[in-house]
Design a protein around this ligand. Sequence first.
Ligand SMILES: NCc1[nH]cc(CCC(=O)O)c1CC(=O)O
Length: 367
Amino acid sequence: MTLASPDGTLAPGGPPARLRLGTRRSALALAQSGMVADELRARLGVEVELVHIVTEGDRNKAAINQLSGTGVFVSALRDALLAGEIDLAVHSLKDLPTVTPAGITLAAIPPREDVRDVLISPSGRRLAELGPGARIGTGAPRRAAQLLALGLGLEVVPIRGNVDTRIKKAIDGEVDAVVLAKAGLARLARLDAVTEILDPDVMLPSPGQGALAIECLTSAVAPTGVTTGCPVVPDGDVTGAGGSATPGSGVGAPLAGLLRFVLDDAPSSVAVRAERAFLAAIEAGCTAPVGALARVVPAAGSSWPAGGSGQPLRAGEVRLRAVVASPDGGTVLRRELIGPTADPEALGRRLADDLLSAGAHTLMGTR
Ligand SMILES: NCc1[nH]cc(CCC(=O)O)c1CC(=O)O
């Protein structure tokens, strides 16, 4: 591998610094990966090659819920990382299991998209206007339970498929409306289809919704030349990669630290860490549908660093809301907590404990 010169151009004669980015090949995955690839090219002056990986979730459209639980969209990408076929993987964070396999690290969480769910109803009727017996398409137990809990007499119809397929089922009249994540529609430039944005007090999103996850091998080293022009990567980072890179030293920097430096957004990362810690702890105690949403509120007088600055957060607070429901929506438990940004995981675990003692442990689901 050859060195890039400080202006980002490549030294003559050698192969260009190159990163292989693994992605699912759905329209949404390609849109997301394309954004990450563009950012890496712009910030690091490297070539980024998109490697399409077919996951079990893509192969087996039937009954995603019945497949081995979470992770059906994720395992093949992780396998490709462990096999050395790709250097980094881009996932929708909400599809990522809470346990990261040995050898892989969650290197970065880029600036998050809108976290909310939306309703798409071709008749133009909002949720409250749809009326008893209206058929709402969703395959997510979390969405089903919260829809049923509204007491509007809505009927939930399990549907599957990618974003376009699900919109088409509403347009074709197979269902009256569908509920989807606004983030996916934004990334696919399909916001025109949205009828109503659902308030998180009505429809709490999935933990990690709207966020991307960038994974790489814990031990991976960036191709020589990739760090050129970048300031020192901070030590003791959340990636566990540790180490630091000296600008232009020619010594390979830990790839995880580098990805975090250029892609990670501190407020998004803190919020998602609270939600994922909540999810991990609640999953240990019950199998009912859950939603969780954290927001970071800066302390007065402090400002958040821009996305990708790699800086730790200054003083501020995290507000974490969560819902656990019975699958039929008959029982809905909602709680929230506020805590320091310094330890979002502790906040997530505390909220899970609160909900489990409030009765979540007695709720059973199919998730
Ligand atoms: N499970 C599928 C999935 N994974 C990520 C998104 C949307 C983008 C996001 O939430 O980040 C979707 C589709 C949806 O729920 O509407």
